[in-house]
Ligand binder design. Structure first.
Ligand code: NAG
Ligand code: NAG
Ligand code: NAG
Ligand code: NAG
Ligand code: NAG
Length: 187
Protein backbone atom coordinates (compact mmCIF):
# COMPACT_ATOMS: atom_id res chain seq x y z
CA UNK A 1 0.00 0.00 0.00
CA UNK A 2 2.75 2.47 0.96
CA UNK A 3 4.74 1.28 -2.04
CA UNK A 4 1.69 1.68 -4.27
CA UNK A 5 1.15 5.20 -2.97
CA UNK A 6 4.79 6.09 -3.49
CA UNK A 7 4.63 4.70 -7.03
CA UNK A 8 1.42 6.62 -7.73
CA UNK A 9 2.98 9.81 -6.40
CA UNK A 10 6.05 9.25 -8.60
CA UNK A 11 3.88 8.65 -11.67
CA UNK A 12 1.70 11.69 -10.97
CA UNK A 13 4.63 14.03 -10.35
CA UNK A 14 6.48 12.72 -13.40
CA UNK A 15 3.36 13.29 -15.49
CA UNK A 16 3.02 16.78 -14.03
CA UNK A 17 6.66 17.54 -14.82
CA UNK A 18 6.38 16.16 -18.35
CA UNK A 19 3.06 17.95 -18.77
CA UNK A 20 4.49 21.33 -17.89
CA UNK A 21 7.67 20.64 -19.86
CA UNK A 22 6.07 19.37 -23.06
CA UNK A 23 2.58 20.86 -22.97
CA UNK A 24 -0.43 19.35 -24.62
CA UNK A 25 -1.16 19.44 -28.33
CA UNK A 26 -4.68 20.20 -29.54
CA UNK A 27 -5.78 19.68 -33.14
CA UNK A 28 -8.15 22.52 -33.96
CA UNK A 29 -11.66 21.25 -34.65
CA UNK A 30 -10.89 17.69 -33.51
CA UNK A 31 -12.25 15.17 -32.95
CA UNK A 32 -15.32 15.73 -35.14
CA UNK A 33 -13.82 18.38 -37.39
CA UNK A 34 -10.61 19.99 -38.57
CA UNK A 35 -9.63 23.42 -39.99
CA UNK A 36 -12.54 23.55 -42.43
CA UNK A 37 -15.72 25.41 -43.37
CA UNK A 38 -18.00 23.18 -41.29
CA UNK A 39 -16.62 23.36 -37.76
CA UNK A 40 -18.01 25.80 -35.17
CA UNK A 41 -14.77 27.10 -33.63
CA UNK A 42 -16.56 29.06 -30.92
CA UNK A 43 -17.96 25.79 -29.68
CA UNK A 44 -14.64 23.98 -30.13
CA UNK A 45 -12.73 26.67 -28.18
CA UNK A 46 -15.23 26.49 -25.31
CA UNK A 47 -14.44 22.76 -24.97
CA UNK A 48 -10.68 23.03 -24.48
CA UNK A 49 -8.63 24.49 -21.65
CA UNK A 50 -5.33 25.79 -22.93
CA UNK A 51 -2.26 26.57 -20.86
CA UNK A 52 0.98 28.30 -21.71
CA UNK A 53 3.25 25.62 -23.15
CA UNK A 54 0.46 23.88 -25.06
CA UNK A 55 0.30 23.77 -28.85
CA UNK A 56 -2.41 24.21 -31.43
CA UNK A 57 -2.26 22.09 -34.57
CA UNK A 58 -4.09 23.14 -37.70
CA UNK A 59 -4.65 20.36 -40.22
CA UNK A 60 -6.18 21.11 -43.62
CA UNK A 61 -5.77 20.71 -47.37
CA UNK A 62 -3.08 23.16 -48.50
CA UNK A 63 -4.88 24.00 -51.76
CA UNK A 64 -8.04 25.01 -49.90
CA UNK A 65 -7.04 26.86 -46.72
CA UNK A 66 -4.29 28.50 -44.74
CA UNK A 67 -3.88 29.89 -41.23
CA UNK A 68 -3.29 33.55 -40.51
CA UNK A 69 -2.72 34.65 -36.96
CA UNK A 70 -4.17 38.12 -36.55
CA UNK A 71 -4.79 40.77 -33.92
CA UNK A 72 -8.17 41.15 -32.25
CA UNK A 73 -9.21 43.81 -34.76
CA UNK A 74 -8.18 41.51 -37.61
CA UNK A 75 -10.30 38.75 -36.06
CA UNK A 76 -13.25 41.05 -35.48
CA UNK A 77 -13.07 42.48 -39.01
CA UNK A 78 -12.17 39.13 -40.63
CA UNK A 79 -9.37 40.98 -42.33
CA UNK A 80 -5.79 39.85 -42.02
CA UNK A 81 -4.18 42.30 -44.41
CA UNK A 82 -3.17 44.92 -41.85
CA UNK A 83 -3.41 42.76 -38.80
CA UNK A 84 -1.26 39.75 -39.55
CA UNK A 85 0.87 38.30 -36.79
CA UNK A 86 2.02 35.22 -38.73
CA UNK A 87 0.99 33.11 -41.70
CA UNK A 88 1.09 29.32 -41.87
CA UNK A 89 0.44 27.17 -44.92
CA UNK A 90 1.92 23.68 -44.53
CA UNK A 91 -1.43 21.95 -43.96
CA UNK A 92 -0.09 20.61 -40.67
CA UNK A 93 0.89 23.69 -38.71
CA UNK A 94 1.96 23.41 -35.10
CA UNK A 95 1.65 26.73 -33.29
CA UNK A 96 3.14 26.99 -29.80
CA UNK A 97 1.15 28.90 -27.22
CA UNK A 98 4.12 30.13 -25.25
CA UNK A 99 2.41 32.71 -23.03
CA UNK A 100 -0.92 33.40 -21.40
CA UNK A 101 -3.35 35.62 -23.28
CA UNK A 102 -5.68 35.71 -26.26
CA UNK A 103 -4.72 34.37 -29.69
CA UNK A 104 -6.69 34.92 -32.88
CA UNK A 105 -6.56 32.85 -36.07
CA UNK A 106 -8.46 33.13 -39.32
CA UNK A 107 -8.32 31.50 -42.72
CA UNK A 108 -6.81 33.98 -45.15
CA UNK A 109 -8.66 32.65 -48.18
CA UNK A 110 -11.26 35.31 -49.16
CA UNK A 111 -14.66 34.62 -47.66
CA UNK A 112 -13.57 31.75 -45.42
CA UNK A 113 -13.27 33.81 -42.23
CA UNK A 114 -16.68 35.34 -42.79
CA UNK A 115 -17.98 31.81 -43.36
CA UNK A 116 -16.78 30.84 -39.89
CA UNK A 117 -13.08 29.92 -40.16
CA UNK A 118 -12.03 32.10 -37.24
CA UNK A 119 -10.72 30.94 -33.91
CA UNK A 120 -10.19 32.88 -30.69
CA UNK A 121 -8.56 31.04 -27.80
CA UNK A 122 -7.66 32.12 -24.29
CA UNK A 123 -4.40 30.74 -23.00
CA UNK A 124 -4.10 30.50 -19.21
CA UNK A 125 -0.86 30.81 -17.34
CA UNK A 126 0.84 27.55 -16.59
CA UNK A 127 -1.19 25.02 -14.68
CA UNK A 128 -0.16 25.05 -11.03
CA UNK A 129 0.39 21.62 -9.47
CA UNK A 130 -2.26 20.59 -6.92
CA UNK A 131 -1.37 21.48 -3.32
CA UNK A 132 0.32 18.66 -1.37
CA UNK A 133 -2.01 16.69 0.91
CA UNK A 134 -2.07 17.95 4.53
CA UNK A 135 0.33 16.13 6.89
CA UNK A 136 -1.32 13.38 8.95
CA UNK A 137 -2.63 14.44 12.36
CA UNK A 138 -0.84 13.29 15.47
CA UNK A 139 -2.67 10.74 17.55
CA UNK A 140 -2.37 11.11 21.28
CA UNK A 141 -3.64 8.96 24.09
CA UNK A 142 -3.14 8.67 27.82
CA UNK A 143 -0.97 5.73 28.73
CA UNK A 144 0.28 5.06 32.25
CA UNK A 145 -0.64 8.61 33.24
CA UNK A 146 1.42 10.15 30.42
CA UNK A 147 0.19 11.69 27.22
CA UNK A 148 1.82 9.78 24.39
CA UNK A 149 1.67 11.00 20.84
CA UNK A 150 2.67 9.29 17.65
CA UNK A 151 2.23 9.82 13.96
CA UNK A 152 -0.48 7.51 12.68
CA UNK A 153 1.01 4.77 10.59
CA UNK A 154 -0.55 4.01 7.24
CA UNK A 155 -2.67 0.84 7.32
CA UNK A 156 0.01 -1.28 5.64
CA UNK A 157 2.88 -0.20 7.90
CA UNK A 158 0.77 -0.71 11.03
CA UNK A 159 -0.19 -4.12 9.64
CA UNK A 160 3.45 -5.04 9.05
CA UNK A 161 4.35 -3.64 12.49
CA UNK A 162 1.66 -5.89 13.97
CA UNK A 163 3.08 -8.79 11.98
CA UNK A 164 6.56 -8.01 13.31
CA UNK A 165 5.18 -7.99 16.85
CA UNK A 166 3.52 -11.34 16.14
CA UNK A 167 6.78 -12.78 14.84
CA UNK A 168 8.83 -11.54 17.82
CA UNK A 169 6.16 -12.85 20.21
CA UNK A 170 6.37 -16.24 18.53
CA UNK A 171 10.19 -16.14 18.76
CA UNK A 172 10.00 -15.31 22.50
CA UNK A 173 7.51 -18.14 23.05
CA UNK A 174 9.85 -20.60 21.28
CA UNK A 175 12.85 -19.38 23.30
CA UNK A 176 10.84 -19.72 26.52
CA UNK A 177 9.76 -23.24 25.49
CA UNK A 178 13.43 -24.21 24.86
CA UNK A 179 14.52 -22.74 28.21
CA UNK A 180 11.67 -24.51 30.05
CA UNK A 181 12.49 -27.76 28.28
CA UNK A 182 16.17 -27.36 29.23
CA UNK A 183 15.26 -26.71 32.88
CA UNK A 184 12.97 -29.77 32.87
CA UNK A 185 15.82 -31.89 31.43
CA UNK A 186 18.29 -30.53 34.05
CA UNK A 187 16.01 -31.37 36.97
C1 NAG B 1 -21.52 28.01 -32.62
O1 NAG B 1 -21.64 27.55 -31.29
C2 NAG B 1 -22.00 28.58 -30.38
C3 NAG B 1 -21.90 28.01 -28.98
O2 NAG B 1 -22.23 26.67 -28.92
C4 NAG B 1 -23.39 29.09 -30.72
O3 NAG B 1 -23.77 30.09 -29.81
C5 NAG B 1 -23.37 29.63 -32.14
O4 NAG B 1 -24.67 30.00 -32.53
C6 NAG B 1 -22.83 28.59 -33.11
N1 NAG B 1 -22.64 29.23 -34.42
C7 NAG B 1 -23.13 28.75 -35.53
C8 NAG B 1 -22.83 29.50 -36.76
O5 NAG B 1 -23.79 27.72 -35.55
C1 NAG C 1 -8.63 44.86 -45.02
O1 NAG C 1 -7.91 45.91 -44.40
C2 NAG C 1 -7.11 46.64 -45.29
C3 NAG C 1 -6.27 47.62 -44.50
O2 NAG C 1 -6.66 47.74 -43.20
C4 NAG C 1 -8.01 47.33 -46.30
O3 NAG C 1 -7.23 48.06 -47.23
C5 NAG C 1 -8.84 46.27 -47.04
O4 NAG C 1 -9.76 46.89 -47.89
C6 NAG C 1 -9.58 45.41 -46.07
N1 NAG C 1 -10.21 44.32 -46.78
C7 NAG C 1 -11.46 43.98 -46.58
C8 NAG C 1 -11.98 42.83 -47.38
O5 NAG C 1 -12.20 44.58 -45.81
C1 NAG D 1 -2.69 49.51 -40.25
O1 NAG D 1 -2.89 49.63 -38.84
C2 NAG D 1 -2.14 50.67 -38.25
C3 NAG D 1 -2.41 50.63 -36.77
O2 NAG D 1 -2.81 49.37 -36.34
C4 NAG D 1 -2.55 51.99 -38.86
O3 NAG D 1 -1.75 53.00 -38.29
C5 NAG D 1 -2.36 51.95 -40.35
O4 NAG D 1 -2.85 53.15 -40.91
C6 NAG D 1 -3.12 50.80 -40.94
N1 NAG D 1 -2.87 50.70 -42.37
C7 NAG D 1 -3.85 50.52 -43.25
C8 NAG D 1 -3.44 50.45 -44.69
O5 NAG D 1 -5.02 50.42 -42.91
C1 NAG E 1 1.94 16.84 -38.20
O1 NAG E 1 3.12 17.31 -37.60
C2 NAG E 1 3.48 16.65 -36.40
C3 NAG E 1 4.74 17.27 -35.86
O2 NAG E 1 4.62 18.65 -35.79
C4 NAG E 1 3.70 15.17 -36.69
O3 NAG E 1 3.96 14.50 -35.48
C5 NAG E 1 2.44 14.57 -37.32
O4 NAG E 1 2.68 13.24 -37.65
C6 NAG E 1 2.06 15.38 -38.54
N1 NAG E 1 0.80 14.86 -39.05
C7 NAG E 1 0.56 14.73 -40.36
C8 NAG E 1 -0.79 14.21 -40.72
O5 NAG E 1 1.40 14.98 -41.21
C1 NAG F 1 -11.72 34.50 -23.20
O1 NAG F 1 -11.71 35.26 -22.01
C2 NAG F 1 -12.58 36.38 -22.07
C3 NAG F 1 -12.39 37.19 -20.80
O2 NAG F 1 -12.03 36.40 -19.73
C4 NAG F 1 -14.02 35.88 -22.23
O3 NAG F 1 -14.89 36.96 -22.32
C5 NAG F 1 -14.11 35.04 -23.50
O4 NAG F 1 -15.40 34.48 -23.60
C6 NAG F 1 -13.09 33.94 -23.48
N1 NAG F 1 -13.10 33.28 -24.77
C7 NAG F 1 -12.95 31.97 -24.93
C8 NAG F 1 -12.94 31.47 -26.32
O5 NAG F 1 -12.76 31.22 -23.98
Amino acid sequence: MAATRALLLAVVSTAALLGTALGASYTVGAPSGSWDLKTNYTRWASGVKLYAGDQLRFQYTVAEHNVVEVTKSGYDACNGSNNTVATYQTGNDTIPLTAAGSRYFICGVPGHCAAGMKLHVNVSSQQTPPPPPPPPQQQCRMRKGKLRCNRPASPSSSASAAAAVDRSAVAWQRLAAVVVAGLVLLC
